[in-house]
Write a protein that binds this ligand. Structure first.
Ligand code: HEM
Length: 261
């Protein structure tokens, strides 16, 4: 019997292994790190559940207003952290001087301050537009009442952010406007005087008032808002986005079929 070579298929012609490029190495390394974390925390499962959802037919740009509000909130959070690195909540000239320092001397300080100040107004406009969309599309009805109630709390907290932030530059306008605002709170039935005392941090508008406003503005309310936005989005993902009212009116079976998660 003639020997015709080794048994089985012939090995592929040997080829020099090509060295990986830096980009390939970096991609592989980052994938390994992400895989390592994901194998333990299993976060991708939740992320996939949140991101890859069915949405009803016929949705339009008005449905992006909730996400736009969230981006505005994130902008406030990020710019706020940078401002907090320089801001001093001191009534004896420190607060006002630190704002001037941010605007005049810190690199990009005026830009970041502007993003925070105008971003606050943008967020208020967006949250009202989002609420209007939800209201006029009837998206607050069963089973989304809890999403709506959490939204109302988020709206109140957003306004509290605007009110407490207004005092922080501690110039003449913010000082007197806040005194008027606190006096208005003071006149609320039953809880008014307690609310006034809480906001002033005592019977008089003084040094501790600024610290109180600062603590509410940069810790208490943002923390609450972040938690509530998480819950709001969980409910949005769990219940699915509501179909536009005209679709529901015309073809209920299409709308219902598409909402299923
Ligand atoms: C910080 C404030 C808020 C954020 C970040 C936020 C975020 C979102 C997002 C991303 C969605 C899904 C997409 C969309 O429908 O636009 C949504 C849906 C919804 N939001 Fe908000 N929202 C906020 C405030 C509010 C307010 C003030 C209300 C009402 C009082 C509200 C009520 C609802 C309801 C009922 C839905 C479900 C809509 C549907 O299924 O069609 N949200 N929100």
């Amino acid at each position: 019997m003639a020997l015709t070579g080794s048994r089985g298929s012939a090995p592929p012609p040997s080829r020099e292994a090509e060295p990986m490029t830096k980009t390939e190495l970096a991609t592989e390394a980052s994938l390994t790190v992400v895989d390592w974390i994901d194998e333990r925390a299993q976060l991708s499962q939740g992320l996939r559940w949140m991101m890859f959802r069915k949405v009803p037919k016929g949705i339009n740009w008005a449905y992006t207003l909730g996400s736009a509000t969230m981006i505005a909130f994130l902008n406030q959070a990020v710019t706020g952290v940078f401002l907090a690195m320089y801001y001093r909540p001191s009534v004896t000239g420190g607060a006002y001087a630190s704002i001037r320092y941010i605007n005049d001397d810190v690199p990009l300080g005026q830009f970041v301050h502007g993003m925070h100040k105008w971003g606050a107004s943008v967020m208020i406009v967006l949250i009202f537009l989002h609420m209007g969309r939800v209201f006029f599309f009837g998206a607050y009805k069963y089973p989304r009442e809890l999403t709506w109630i959490i939204g109302v709390v988020l709206l109140i907290l957003t306004l509290v952010m605007g009110f407490t932030g207004y005092l922080l530059p501690f110039d003449q306008r913010s000082y007197w406007a806040t005194i008027v605002g606190v006096n208005i709170n003071n006149t609320a039935p039953f809880i008014g005087p307690y609310l006034g005392d809480f906001l002033r941090a005592g019977p008089e508008f003084g040094a501790t008032t600024l610290s109180r406003f600062y603590a509410i503005h940069m810790m208490l309310v943002p923390g609450l808002m972040a938690a509530l936005i998480g819950l709001h989005l969980y409910l949005v993902a769990k219940l699915g986005i509501s179909a536009p009212p005209w679709l529901k009116a015309q073809e209920p079976e299409v709308a219902i079929e598409k909402v299923e998660v």
